[in-house]
Design a protein around this ligand. Structure first.
Ligand code: FES
Ligand code: FES
Length: 153
């Protein structure tokens, strides 16, 4: 065990954990932010997506010791009151079904828009291809990302 200083959503935490513990467990079990979900645990589904210094990463595959001094953002920190253009579009398009994958979808989409504010349809399809939705909401996710990208013009 070791005390590891990490920064999540502008707050600093120092959990006493195994340095090899996946970041996802620290976010959920030690910090108590449960918006980030566990899906596959092997980097294949995207449910656990958070931002690391603005880039989308799979928090189930990253040891917490690897994120010292880096800025982690979870779905709880994406906006102060749920008014990020993607969150607005998600509500207007009524995107989620069961909702389980959606935090990861939104975080992946937010990173995509940071890197490419006006993505083409192909850019969205490719950029979101690693995020799985067992409910099949892909079409509405695509439309919501398009709407959010236009709202940011
Ligand atoms: S839980 Fe991390 S990619 Fe599936
Ligand atoms: S909304 Fe159910 S898994 Fe995506």
């Amino acid at each position: 065990m070791a005390k590891i200083k990490i920064q999540i959503n502008s707050s600093t935490y120092q959990p006493d954990v195994d340095p090899e513990m996946p970041l996802l467990w620290v976010i959920r079990d030690f910090v108590g932010l449960t918006g980030t979900k566990y899906g596959c645990g092997i980097g294949q589904c995207g449910a656990c997506t958070v931002h690391l210094d603005g880039h989308a990463v799979r928090s189930c595959t990253i040891p917490v010791s690897a994120v010292r001094n880096q800025k982690i953002t979870t779905i709880e920190g994406l906006s102060t009151d749920g008014n990020h253009p993607l969150q607005v579009a998600w509500k207007e398009r009524d995107v989620p079904q069961c909702g389980y994958c959606q935090a990861g979808q939104i975080m992946n989409a937010a990173a995509l828009l940071m890197q490419n504010p006006q993505p083409s349809d192909a850019d969205i399809t490719i950029g979101m291809s690693g995020n799985l939705c067992r409910c099949g909401t892909y079409q509405r996710i695509h439309q919501a990302i398009k709407q959010a990208s236009l709202a940011r013009k």
